[in-house]
Design a protein around this ligand. Structure first.
Ligand code: FMN
Ligand code: SF4
Length: 690
């Protein structure tokens, strides 16, 4: 293939329909639930970052109700933004006049944000179908009554008349999206949602003209595409997001996906392929989540994309954990796809496309697929500014009206930051960027804090780019002053005490000293190990059965300890006081982690509290029944969370200003520490600008 500047296939422009994409990178839909103002700013930054086309979740649902009778749809002008509103019926004239009008301004803002940075804007219409949650008090919808994989909802099987109304709803939404200035529309027919189910021989069990055969299953989507094309003309892009496979017996496989793509290619300008569904469970069995965690290989839809590309003559887009520009480049160069889709890669670094086409791969901040961003609200540990672009904008806010304040020249602030983990480094970088003289004091020999230990474990080794990012952010400020004249002096291997000259001489001390293992909490007759001990290289006696005590810890710690020991051959049981295992892991990551642990024969005892460990036996209470039993354990590992390591605060002179951030304030997940450190650094910058 012909490459772009310098022969880079990612940089090559591509004509799609009547439009020209400036390169091969497309932002696939995400973060539709950000508040509108933040979403606009988020989109604008991604467009500025060089992505060629931005597909946005612009039609959340079809905005209208095709199922209840017309008189039973009370209608709500905010229906597009209100998740449990029963919106107008599609045949109610107020649907177009009121509801779509209410959404118009929001959509115009999004299209403008994309266009402002030179990207095309495409609005995705997405109906969750059987995966609509229970909590919006409306029925889930599907071609047939097959339970939702994620919600477990038994859906209503749409009647032929309701399907007619559904088509009207899709058309009205498509028209509204284009009327707001979008360059086109994408139908979401993947990820197990409504249109995906109509295409699937597993989920579509109909015997009428909308099922029963490949042509029958294609009938609905072809009908929607035909009316949309007739209404929108050739000028608007029309694309479809398809599943690359369903991973259930008799579901869509790669050949099936190719057949579906071939069956709609005459009506679309591009096909977008993605593998997986919401939670990574299909029919109760482990499968792929479309937002795959770090445990899932990159680009799982690539082989299917290649098969699809062989049978269609429109561009094929492939997406799914493409976070490395080399992988992206190879997918295009090898002919697996014409376009690559990026979602989380652009959360982590909006400049990914610009850097990739200019050959600055090393400068790209990598997404590690930790899936913090699938939570609502979210924060990304690789880019705390994601979704908070205005909050972290280094440009000064517009000055208040009135005469300019008299500015006094003042000495540079001296800031001592204790602890060079994720929070401490963020504070130091932010403060130095604002012109402060920062001393960053770290007891260990290198920066990273707990993160350095975490990425040394087998479970989290793939999170290493987060550590590299910290090092990269700090490095320039160690060598030379920031543009504002600030710099960082790093003192590793130094234990900060209250009388340390760097602390005594500082205008502000920031404690980012992290957490420490919580107290044991039950009688023991020999020393226990902690997760921290394991990460530092200590191990139980070889071959001895190990009990990992998770206590009420809801996130990764007990699972990480169990994974490490089971992977090295210890028989491991995890005892947790939670009802579920790892309940605070996001729902797309949890099945992948549990699959790995069950594969290593780790045993679990939920709702169980340890009362004592003596003579190699652990007394455990089952919290539902109160029944106590004895487990064999030659070693006990405490993985039940941390307490704040903030002892230095009380020892500091009372008149020394001190701020505590991250786990030293309250132990939480990594992403909390990064965001809090970044916020503290940014607040110091703002204070120095005032
Ligand atoms: C928070 C979030 C929301 C998403 N919402 C949508 C959506 O509305 N429609 C859609 O087709 N895909 C959605 N996706 C999936 C992404 O478009 C993409 O397919 C997926 O994240 C895998 O690609 P990535 O590894 O580049 O992130 C969402 C992803 C995330 C992280
Ligand atoms: S939160 Fe995690 S998965 Fe999401 S973009 Fe950031 S690094 Fe990637």
């Amino acid at each position: 293939m012909t490459g772009g500047p310098g022969g880079d296939p990612l940089a090559a422009p591509l004509t799609v329909g009547r439009h020209r994409l400036r390169n091969r990178m497309v932002m696939t839909p995400h973060l539709g639930r950000l508040p509108p103002r933040r979403l606009r700013r988020y989109v604008a930054e991604r467009a500025d970052g060089g992505v060629a086309m931005i597909v946005l979740p612009a039609g959340q649902g079809v905005y209208a109700n095709p199922v209840y009778p017309l008189y039973a749809c009370p209608g709500d002008p905010d229906g597009y933004a209100d998740p449990d509103a029963v919106s107008f019926h599609v045949r109610d004239p107020r649907h177009r006049r009121v509801l779509l009008a209410a959404a118009h301004e929001h959509l115009v803002g999004l299209a403008d944000a994309a266009h402002g940075g030179g990207a095309l804007a495409v609005g995705q219409i997405h109906h969750p179908g059987a995966e609509r949650g229970w909590d919006n008090f409306q029925p889930a919808l599907a071609p047939s009554q097959v339970r939702g994989d994620d919600t477990g909802a038994v859906p209503h099987a749409l009647t032929a008349a309701e399907i007619d109304d559904l088509v009207t709803g899709y058309l009205a939404t498509a028209t509204a999206i284009v009327a707001a200035g979008f360059d086109g529309v994408e139908l979401h027919a993947g990820h197990g949602y409504l249109l995906n189910r109509f295409l699937s021989p597993h989920y579509n069990r109909r015997t009428d003209r909308y099922g029963g055969s490949p042509a029958g299953r294609l009938r609905l989507i072809r009908r929607i595409l035909r009316v949309a094309r007739a209404e929108l003309g050739d000028r608007s892009l029309l694309g479809v997001r398809l599943t690359a496979g369903e991973e259930v017996p008799a579901g869509i496989d790669a050949a099936g996906a190719a057949g579906i793509a071939a069956g709609i290619a005459d009506l679309v300008d591009y096909v977008n392929l993605s593998l997986g569904n919401h939670d990574g469970l299909r029919d109760g069995r482990p499968a792929t989540a479309y937002t795959g965690s770090w445990l899932v290989p990159p680009a799982p839809a690539a082989q299917t994309a290649r098969q699809v590309r062989a049978v269609v003559d429109v561009p094929v887009l492939v997406s799914g954990r493409i976070t490395d520009p080399t992988i992206a480049r190879n997918l295009v160069a090898d002919g697996a796809a014409d376009l690559v889709g990026l979602a989380r890669a652009l959360i982590a670094d909006p400049t990914f496309p610009r850097r990739a086409v200019s050959g600055d791969d090393a400068g790209i901040v990598r997404c590690v697929a930790c899936n913090e961003c699938v939570r609502v609200p979210f924060s990304c540990p690789a880019n705390p500014a994601a979704g908070r672009e205005a909050e972290f904008d280094p440009r000064p806010a517009a000055p208040p009206a009135g005469p300019a304040p008299v500015r006094h020249r003042r000495a540079r602030r001296r800031i001592a930051v204790v602890g060079a983990g994720p929070a401490g480094v963020e504070v130091a970088v932010g403060a130095a960027a604002a012109g402060a003289e920062v001393t960053l004091i770290e007891a260990a020999d290198a920066v990273g804090g707990a993160l350095r230990h975490l990425v040394g474990t087998p479970l989290l080794a793939d999170w290493a780019p987060l550590l590299h990012r910290l090092e990269q952010r700090l490095a320039p400020l160690l060598d030379r002053p920031s543009p504002a004249g600030g710099r960082v002096v790093l003192r590793t291997g130094t234990t900060a005490t209250a009388d340390h000259p760097d602390l005594i001489g500082a205008d502000l001390v920031v404690l980012a000293t992290g957490g420490r293992p919580g107290p044991v909490g039950f009688p023991v007759d020999r020393p226990v190990l902690t997760t921290m001990d394991l990460m530092a290289g200590r191990r139980p006696p070889p071959g001895t059965p190990v009990l990992v005590v998770g206590g009420a810890e809801r996130h990764l710690e007990p699972l990480l300890a169990a994974d490490l020991l089971a992977g090295e051959g210890w028989p491991v049981q995890v005892c947790t006081e939670c009802v579920d295992i790892g309940p605070d892991l996001d729902q797309r990551t949890r099945p992948a982690v549990l699959r790995r642990l069950y594969g290593r024969a780790v045993g679990f005892a939920p709702m169980s509290r340890v009362h004592r460990w003596s003579g190699g036996a652990v007394e455990v209470e089952q919290l539902f029944t109160g029944h106590r039993s004895i487990l064999d354990a030659g070693a006990v590992v405490l993985a039940h969370g941390r307490t704040a390591n903030d002892g230095l605060r009380a020892a500091l002179p009372a008149d020394l200003e001190c701020q505590v951030v991250g786990d030293a304030l309250a132990p939480r997940r990594l992403t909390h520490a990064v965001l809090e450190g970044a916020r503290c650094g940014s607040a110091l910058s703002a204070a120095d600008r005032r």
